[in-house]
Design a binder for this molecule. Structure first.
Ligand SMILES: Cc1cc2nc3c(=O)[nH]c(=O)nc-3n(C[C@H](O)[C@H](O)[C@H](O)COP(=O)(O)OP(=O)(O)OC[C@H]3O[C@@H](n4cnc5c(N)ncnc54)[C@H](O)[C@@H]3O)c2cc1C
Length: 265
C-alpha cells in the first residue's frame, strides 16, 4: 500500500472542503472496496477523507411507506432494521446476504452504490425501487445514476448523503451468489406497485446493472413466476468471465427472476 494522508470529517461540508484541498483525494466509507484496492496497489489516493463519523449520513427513517436511508448506514443496520422490514423486507433480505459479517458491519449502502461494482447487490435495489439518490449537490433519479461498469453520475467531489423511496406493494430479491465472494453472479430485484413493475438485474450484465423491459412488461400484465418463463434474456448482453459464461448468466437471470417473483408473492 502506498502512503496516504488520513482525514476524519465530522460533517458533509467539512468532507467536501478536505477533499478540495487534497491533491488526489478519495472519500472513504467502510473501506471494504477502497482499502482492498489500495492494498493491491490498484489505487493510490494522496488523501483519504473518512465519512464514517458523519452522524447525519447514518440511520433509517420510515414515515408511512416513505423510506430514507443514510448513505453511511452499514449493511448490517439495513438488514436488521425492524422499521424497514415492516414496509420493505426485500431490502433487509438483500443486505443480509452481502458478503460476510465483517463486510456487513463495515460496508455501507452509499459506498456500494457509489462504487457500482457490476456484481454488487444494492444497485439492483436502487433501480427496482426507483430510489432517489440524494447527494450534497442534487437529487438523482435511479434511472439516471448508473452509467456502466464502476461508473455513475457522481462528480469527483460529490457525496451521496442518503437514498429515498416509496416502499412498493410487493418486492423481492433473489441472487445466485459466487460461492467464494458472495457477490452476485446474477441477482434480480423485482418490485410491483399497482400496474407498475420494475425488474433490475445485477451481476450478469456486460454493462453493469440494468432493467429488463421484457420481464417488466410480462409481469405488469400477469404477475406470476410463469410469466417470466417465456421471456428471452439475450446472452450477448451478459458478462462472461472465469466464474460463468454469458449463456450461463442469461439462464441464471431467468431463474433468479422466477424465484424473486415467487418470493414476492
Ligand atoms: C470479502 C467481500 C465480500 C463482499 N461481498 C459482497 C456481496 O456479496 N455483495 C455486495 O454487494 N458487495 C459485496 N462486497 C462489497 C461491500 O458491499 C462494500 O461494502 C462495498 O463495495 C463498498 O462499500 P464501502 O462502504 O466499504 O465503501 P468504500 O470501500 O469505503 O468506498 C468505495 C468507493 O465509494 C466511494 N464512496 C464511499 N462512500 C461514498 C459516498 N457516500 N458518496 C460518494 N462516494 C462514496 C469511495 O470514494 C470509493 O471510491 C464485498 C466486499 C468484500 C471485501
Amino acid at each position: 500500500m502506498y502512503e496516504t494522508t488520513y482525514h476524519r470529517a465530522s460533517s458533509v461540508d467539512e468532507a467536501v472542503s478536505l477533499l478540495g484541498k487534497a491533491e488526489d483525494g478519495k472519500f472513504l466509507a467502510g473501506g471494504m472496496t477502497l482499502i482492498a484496492t489500495m492494498k493491491q496497489r490498484l489505487a493510490a489516493p494522496s488523501d483519504l477523507v473518512d465519512l464514517r463519523h458523519i452522524d447525519a449520513m447514518k440511520g433509517i427513517s420510515v414515515n408511512g411507506r416513505s423510506v430514507r436511508i443514510g448513505a453511511g448506514t452499514c449493511h448490517y443496520d439495513v438488514a436488521s432494521s425492524a422499521e424497514l422490514r415492516a414496509v420493505c423486507p426485500a431490502l433487509c433480505d438483500l443486505a443480509s446476504h452481502i458478503g460476510d459479517p465483517h463486510v456487513r458491519h463495515m460496508g455501507t449502502i452509499g459506498g456500494s452504490v457509489a462504487n457500482n461494482d457490476p456484481a454488487a447487490d444494492y444497485p439492483s435495489a436502487v433501480l427496482a425501487l426507483n430510489m432517489t439518490v440524494i447527494t450534497n449537490k442534487r437529487e438523482i433519479a435511479a434511472d439516471d445514476f448508473f452509467k456502466g461498469l464502476f461508473e455513475t453520475a457522481l462528480e469527483e467531489d460529490e457525496i451521496i448523503t442518503a437514498f429515498s423511496f416509496e416502499a412498493p406493494e410487493k418486492a423481492a430479491y433473489a441472487k445466485f451468489a459466487n460461492p467464494a465472494s458472495r457477490y452476485a453472479m446474477a441477482g434480480v430485484f423485482v418490485a410491483k406497485n399497482g400496474g407498475d413493475v420494475r425488474v433490475a438485474v445485477t451481476g450478469a450484465g456486460s454493462d453493469g446493472v440494468f432493467r429488463h423491459a421484457g420481464m417488466e412488461q410480462a409481469l405488469a400484465s400477469h404477475w406470476s413466476a410463469d410469466a417470466v418463463a417465456g421471456i428471452h434474456v439475450d446472452a450477448e448482453d451478459m458478462l462472461s468471465d472465469l466464474h460463468g459464461t454469458s449463456e450461463y448468466r442469461a439462464h441464471l437471470v431467468k431463474v433468479m427472476a422466477k424465484r424473486a417473483v415467487a418470493a414476492a408473492g
